[in-house]
Design a protein around this ligand. Structure first.
Ligand code: ADP
Length: 433
């Protein structure tokens, strides 16, 4: 302010001096003209520079400073610095905003931002697919016009968002179960969060089924045993009858024992605690052991043939693999009628994959059962399975053991002709002896 006043005083003094000197040496109008020129020149200069400033601002290119001098040069440079600073800040905010959007897009959950009227302000791609929304098309649309499920409309209307809401049959194929929750934030805005819990629900259902199945499997032999016990306790039986009842009770106790053993094996396999998995396994002696057990189980009712590659072994866990192989073989014995043949083979193919197969000539399995055979407690013929002492867990155990050894379990079967169960091991698990 002082600076401007000083400049004004200097200018005024110069004009007065010009006026006096002009009058003194050149006559009366020359003084006035000199004074006017002295005062007018800075005005013209200011006007010209103002016009340049206006043009500079309108052009919007802060880097192109016009040619100016003195104070004006300083003004233009300061303006340029200000514009650069602002541009940098805007860029920083833009980058932050972009990262924020990228983070929300990377979220595995659906996110919809709603304004104070429940209109869509923004949503990520997952939310678009969950709710069939198209952000570009539906921006500022009310969310309850797009998610029309009555339970959601009520949830939104009641505005009690303490608990999440479950919506079934959602997503592009109407096969998802979503958990939704609204989280209010600043200025009556809210965030609609959605999570796909389809698998979680399936797992819960499977767990429930499993507990129900186990209880059922346990209850049957227990009921039978309780009945026998009552008979033995209440009736006056002769020693032979008593022994017969005790033997029947023993069979039921053995059934429960097998069930508990299989359940424990499955639990250990699922908890992944049966390690290590890279011991070299002597296949000829494993097959010899299988032969001994299978012949004992068959009581000479079947012809069982064995073919063994004597030059290759498997890297794995002996106990687990023995359990898998003998499960397949005991199934073949149990489900193949008397007098028919069973073929067991351990062979390494040209790709160095190891194939352990059990082929029976039993009644075969209808194709609709094949995909479900490895499910826990899945049986085609429940009573036949019980007769043979089966728990319904054998193939589930085989599948787990196969997975732990990166092996594939392939099942082929033709009704009336028989079935082949093949465990195919990757070449990394096959070693030459
Ligand atoms: P289980 O203890 O009942 O034998 P598994 O899990 O070993 O249970 O087998 C599941 C079902 O698959 C069996 O109940 C049976 O119906 C069928 N199955 C398994 N192996 C054979 C086979 N070799 N031939 C015909 N059916 C079979």
């Amino acid at each position: 302010m002082f600076n401007i006043l000083l400049r004004f005083i200097v200018l005024l003094s110069l004009a007065v001096l010009g006026y006096m000197l002009g009058n003194q040496y050149l006559g009366s109008p020359a003084g006035l003209i000199t004074a006017l020129i002295t005062l007018g020149l800075p005005l013209v200069n200011s006007y010209v520079n103002l016009a340049k400033l206006q043009k500079y601002i309108i052009a919007g290119n802060s880097e192109n400073i016009p040619s100016v001098s003195g104070k004006w040069e300083d003004i233009f440079f300061r303006l340029q610095r200000l514009a650069r600073g602002m541009r940098q800040k805007v860029r920083q905010i833009e980058v932050q905003h972009e990262r924020f959007i990228q983070a929300l897009q990377a979220s595995p959950n659906g996110i919809v931002m709603l304004d104070d009227r429940d209109q869509i302000e923004w949503c990520n791609a997952i939310a678009e697919s969950y709710f069939g929304i198209n952000y570009k098309r539906d921006v500022l649309q009310k969310i309850n016009y797009l998610i029309r499920k009555p339970e959601f409309v009520t949830y939104l209307m009641q505005r009690n968002f303490n608990e999440p809401l479950l919506l079934e049959q959602m997503g592009p194929a109407a096969n998802l179960t979503l958990m939704l929750q609204v989280f209010p934030f600043a200025e009556n805005r809210s965030l609609l969060f959605s999570q796909d819990i389809t698998d979680l629900r399936k797992t819960e259902a499977m767990r429930r089924d499993f507990v129900a199945n186990v209880s059922h499997e346990m209850r049957t032999p227990l009921t039978v045993m309780t009945g026998f016990l009552e008979t033995v306790l209440t009736l006056d039986l002769d020693p032979d009858q008593r022994t017969r009842y005790l033997k029947m009770m023993q069979i039921q106790a053995q059934r429960m024992q097998s069930l508990v053993e299989d359940l424990l094996t499955l639990a250990n396999l699922e908890a992944n605690i049966l390690v290590p998995l890279m011991q070299p396994i002597d296949m000829p002696s494993v097959v010899a052991l299988l032969k001994h057990d299978a012949e004992a189980l068959s009581h000479g009712d079947h012809q069982i043939e064995f073919a063994v590659d004597q030059e290759h072994d498997i890297l794995g866990n002996q106990k687990e693999l023995l359990s898998a192989f003998s499960n397949l073989l005991s199934n073949a014995v149990h489900y193949t009628p008397q007098g028919r043949k069973i073929y067991v083979a351990w062979q390494v193919d040209k790709n160095l994959q190891g194939n352990f197969s059990v082929r029976d000539t039993g009644n075969g399995i209808a194709s609709e059962h094949l995909p479900r055979l490895t499910e826990r407690f899945y049986r085609i013929d429940r009573s036949r399975s019980r007769e043979t002492g089966g728990t319904g867990l054998g193939l589930a155990i085989v599948k787990h053991i196969a997975n732990r050894h990166q092996a594939r379990l392939q099942i082929e079967s033709t009704l009336g002709k028989g079935s082949t169960f093949l465990l195919q091991f990757p070449s990394e698990r096959v070693v030459a002896i």
